[in-house]
Design a protein around this ligand. Structure first.
Ligand code: GNR
Ligand code: NI
Length: 175
């Protein structure tokens, strides 16, 4: 297993639309293991392949307290989303340190393949439903800040670009 680098907003590669996984083979299983390791190491509740610059429809999620209930979604599709919506504070491993409210359906039904390539149907509510919608947006090239106002988004862009420049300038010179 290996840790993968997570792209940071406003990296244009985050806006790439992912293609379906063609075969659940050894390459995909390695990718799944790497994504789970990267998600757990970053203390995230989900990670989309898009975030590690792999543009295939693959997502890993774990919303459990104990961090021991990994969920793998290959070629996921939301087949139903509730009309009922809820506003919730979201964060994103690709938008570090930024949290803001996003409105999502309270419940979703998803069809996907599991890590063995078998079809699975998932009915989700609560945090899992929110996380699934957040991750499937990534696969469409959409980051949660795109739901915020242009003013907020531009402030976030400026702040993150400055933080990334500061890290660059610091490069190697820290203790
Ligand atoms: O770790 C994460 N937490 C989170 C909190 C509220 C709504 C969505 C998320 S997903 C995020 C991990 C991530 O960036 N996945 O793409
Ligand atoms: Ni995210």
């Amino acid at each position: 297993m290996a840790l993968r680098t997570i792209l940071s907003y406003p990296d244009p590669r985050l806006h790439t639309v992912a293609k379906p996984v063609q075969a659940v083979d050894a390459r995909i299983r390695t990718l799944i293991a790497d994504m789970l390791e990267t998600m757990y190491e970053a203390s995230g509740i989900g990670l989309a392949a898009t975030q590690i610059d792999v543009h295939e429809r693959l997502v890993v999620i774990d919303v459990s307290e104990e961090r021991n209930e990994p969920l793998v979604l290959i070629n996921p599709e939301i087949v139903w989303a509730s009309d009922e919506k809820v506003m919730n504070e979201e964060g994103c491993l690709s938008v570090p340190g930024i949290y803001d409210g996003v409105e999502r359906s309270t419940a979703v039904r998803v069809q996907a393949l599991d890590a063995d390539g078998n079809p699975q149907a998932i009915e989700a509510e609560g945090l899992l439903a929110i996380c699934i919608q957040h991750e499937l947006d990534h696969l469409l090239g959409k980051v949660f800040v795109e739901y915020l106002s242009t003013l907020k988004r531009n402030r976030i862009k400026t702040k993150l670009l400055k933080a990334q420049r500061d890290v660059q300038r610091e490069g190697g010179r820290s203790a």
